[in-house]
Design a protein around this ligand. Structure first.
Ligand SMILES: *Cc1c(COP(=O)(O)O)cnc(C)c1O
Length: 396
């Protein structure tokens, strides 16, 4: 499917078929090219490749055939012209920063972001004389107020947010960014293109931690940026020169992940929905945060922007920290870890782990209470997941 076709394929087909041209060996599964460099027939061919006049592989920091298959496949799923793979999700965000920002620029970010993303902007990007404002993801007026004409170059957000599943109006924010000559960048790690395609909603770039749902089985670190040829050429320049390139072996793992992405995401959504509805009626649960519940802030928006509500459920239990820790420690198979997006369900106490470094005020503002638990709902049988949580919950 590297040639032009007369038919638009659906996501599940693209996820399995895009990007691989069989080599002379006739292999069926995509090969892993574990090679750092590439060789040439003669000096003239080497010169042509190095000059950029003839396309072709030179060195795996620049391009690698296995990484390229992953990039083509992910771009197709996102309806994007191009993707550039990176060594991690953080590497993807850093590549965007280095490609599009310079001293004196200004960035507006959503406040409820992955902890390392907040640090990347707040601690490291600032060091280079770039100003950052953090705003409430769902408060469109706050975004408008924060924009500095001529200076604001980037709007950056995650939707759904972590851990409370707040939903941003991506189209409205894209309009706002473009009216001010800025780019809108969406971290789409939670949804993946199987549930949300930010570019079709108006975003300029989507970034991914492929470590999460794209792998889906907790094996490898990686990331990607997707967007137009024009923007991605800048990102590619950063990655090939500064070095946060994806390992071909990890690219191959993600290729296998993409092949099952659609059915996995559907199953994650189904399990999360059942769990959220079960938690809602439990007497020892104060509140459930899942965009698939009709009373959730983002229910209508998520229905319009996403094709599923995702696999992350947060809930607040009675008894503050003692109660939350009791529920967590009473599980038998759910993994106690900050990671997410795995077929294995994982559970964490945000106030003392993923969001532990936030000040008490920042925690309060972000809604991270002591009784809050975040669950990345895996693909174990939902009745077993419920039973694993019920054990602790019933005792509060
Ligand atoms: C994990 C995560 C990242 C960082 O990705 P790594 O692959 O761990 O570098 C960025 N954004 C979100 C939303 C994440 O969940």
């Amino acid at each position: 499917m590297s040639q032009q076709t007369d038919h638009e394929y659906e996501l599940a087909t693209l996820a399995i078929r895009t990007g691989h041209s069989r080599s002379f060996e006739g292999e069926h599964s995509e090969p892993v090219f574990l090679t750092s460099s590439f060789v040439y027939e003669n000096a003239e061919e080497a010169a042509a490749k190095f000059s950029g006049n003839t396309p072709g592989n030179i060195y795996s920091r620049f391009t690698n055939p296995t990484v390229s298959v992953f990039e083509k496949r992910l771009a197709a799923l996102d309806g994007a012209e191009r993707a550039v793979a990176t060594s991690s999700g953080m590497g993807a965000i850093l590549a965007v920063v280095l490609a599009f920002l310079k001293t004196g620029d200004h960035v507006v970010c959503s406040r409820d972001m992955f902890g390392s993303s907040v640090s990347l902007f707040d601690k490291y990007v600032r060091k280079f004389g770039i100003d950052i404002d953090f705003v409430n993801l769902v408060d469109l007026d706050a975004w408008k107020q924060a924009i500095q004409p001529e200076r604001t170059k980037l709007l950056f957000l995650e939707s759904p947010s972590n851990p409370l599943s707040a939903i941003a109006d991506i189209s409205a924010l894209a309009e706002l960014a473009h009216a001010n000559g800025a780019l809108l960048v969406v971290d789409n790690s939670f949804c993946t293109p199987a549930l949300q395609r930010p570019l079709t909603l108006g975003a300029d770039l989507a970034v991914y931690s492929a470590t999460k749902y794209i792998d889906g089985q907790g094996r490898a670190l990686g990331g990607a940026v997707v967007g137009s040829h024009q923007l991605l050429e800048e990102v590619f320049g950063v990655v090939r020169t500064l070095g946060p390139s994806l390992s071909p072996f990890n690219a191959w793992i993600f290729l296998k992940g993409l092949e099952t992405l659609k059915i996995r995401m559907k199953a994650h959504c189904e399990n999360a929905q059942k769990l959220a509805e079960w938690l809602e009626q439990h007497p020892n649960v104060n509140k459930v945060y899942y965009a698939g519940l009709p009373q959730h802030q983002g229910y209508e928006l998520a229905k319009a922007q996403q094709t599923g509500f995702g696999g992350i459920v947060a809930f607040e239990v009675k008894g503050e920290r003692t109660g939350a820790w009791k529920v967590i420690d009473s599980t038998q198979f759910i993994s106690i870890t900050g990671n997410l997006g795995d077929v294995k369900s994982t559970i964490t106490h945000p106030a003392t782990t993923t969001h532990g470094k936030l000040s008490p005020e920042a925690k309060a503002e972000a809604g991270i209470t002591e009784g809050l638990i975040r669950l990345s709902v895996g693909l174990e049988d939902i009745d077993d997941i419920i039973a694993d949580l019920k054990r602790g919950l019933d005792q509060l």
